[in-house]
Design a binder for this molecule. Structure first.
Ligand SMILES: [Zn+2]
Length: 112
């Protein structure tokens, strides 16, 4: 069984926006998948995989979500771009099922 619990290693899964309207759109913050309210409190998270709205209460996502914030570096073709994406648990499992090499899973010994 594969699951996506644990940390995202920041793999650049193909969440590529069509070239052109990329950079500006992202900075406006209107149609981002994460929405923050007054004081930077998280209000809304949408799964990039299926568009599902995840449950957010008191600024915290209350269900399984894989969040990736990846800074592309010099060795990529996206040097200087930061990609953000959120995947709900079922999208995560679905994508993990398509991987040739299974996700590495270990039990967390120190609970937060
Ligand atoms: Zn999803």
């Amino acid at each position: 069984m594969l699951s996506c619990r644990g940390s995202a290693a920041g793999g650049g899964t193909g969440a590529t926006a069509p070239p052109g309207e990329k950079l500006n759109r992202r900075q406006k913050g209107e149609d981002r998948m994460r929405k923050y309210g007054q004081g930077g409190r998280l209000e809304k998270v949408i799964c990039n995989g299926c568009g599902k709205k995840l449950v957010v209460e008191d600024g915290i996502v209350r269900e399984g979500v894989l969040s990736i914030d990846h800074v592309w570096d010099y060795f990529s073709e996206k040097d200087g771009e930061i990609h953000h994406l959120d995947l709900c648990e079922s999208c995560c499992d679905r994508l993990a099922g398509e991987l040739r090499i299974p996700v590495e899973v270990e039990e967390q010994t120190e609970l937060l």
